[in-house]
Design a protein around this ligand. Structure first.
Ligand code: 5RP
Length: 223
């Protein structure tokens, strides 16, 4: 099976976590796009979705699913999103699609995070994928030095020759060279640094379930 087919498999499998009659939280990325495509089959059964990005909002609306403002919803039963890395405890690195801040907000609104991923995302220790960090632009140089003190190399994410601007009007640093053996402590530490909007370690908002796409089918991991 191709990686694309594995993504479609878990996107379809995630439908079992969508409760008819309830608003669903929707993440961002190529795996979530497969989930949104599958969700079209349930669009008459749900009142709508809370979305984590401009891109997902556009895709949801295109298939006729109403997108609600986060402020209109007090709690979501489930949030479905992909990951760049996930470990055996459900801790994740996210933000490859630059949507990490809104993803963390919608995850925090939700009782259960269901991660959908192909098996290439499963890692023993977080940190091989460059860690995305959304930052306030004026803090960039200082934050690059702070990551260097931890042994990381932080680079500004670029798009079309200019710093990428997120849906929130901020920039992204991608940090390589880190080995994140204590994700909770790392998230706490980096979140304290002035100028960090969101660090892409999802430890406080870890997955409760991971639907992992493998050539043998979907493996369900409960954390
Ligand atoms: C976007 C994310 C995505 O969930 C993550 O990058 C995985 O994306 P994909 O499903 O395309 O591999 O965090 O900010």
């Amino acid at each position: 099976m191709t990686q694309d087919e594995l993504k479609a498999l878990v996107g379809q499998a995630a439908l079992q976590y969508v409760t008819p009659g309830e608003v669903v939280g929707v993440g961002t990325g190529s795996t979530v796009n497969k989930f949104i495509d599958a969700l079209a089959s349930m669009k008459d059964q749900i009142p709508g979705a809370v979305s984590s990005s401009v891109a997902s909002t556009a895709r949801l609306k295109a298939i006729g699913i109403p997108v609600l403002d986060a402020a209109e919803v007090s709690e979501l039963s489930v949030y479905i999103d992909g990951a760049d890395e996930i470990d055996s405890q459900g801790y994740m690195v996210k933000g490859g699609g630059a949507a990490l801040t809104r993803e963390k907000i919608v995850a925090a609104m939700s009782r259960r995070f269901v991660c959908i991923a192909d098996e290439s995302k499963m890692v023993p220790v977080l940190g091989a994928f460059p860690l995305p960090v959304e930052i306030i632009p004026m803090a960039a140089a200082r934050l690059v030095r702070q990551f260097a003190d931890l042994g990381g190399l932080a680079r500004l994410r670029m798009k079309d020759g200019k710093p990428l601007v997120t849906d929130n009007g901020q920039h992204i640093l991608d940090v390589t060279g880190l080995k994140i053996s204590d994700p909770l402590a790392f998230e706490n530490q980096v979140n304290q640094w002035p100028g960090v909007v969101t660090v892409g370690v999802f430890a406080h908002q870890k997955a409760a379930v991971c639907l992992l796409g493998t050539p043998g089918g979907v493996r369900t991991l409960n954390f």
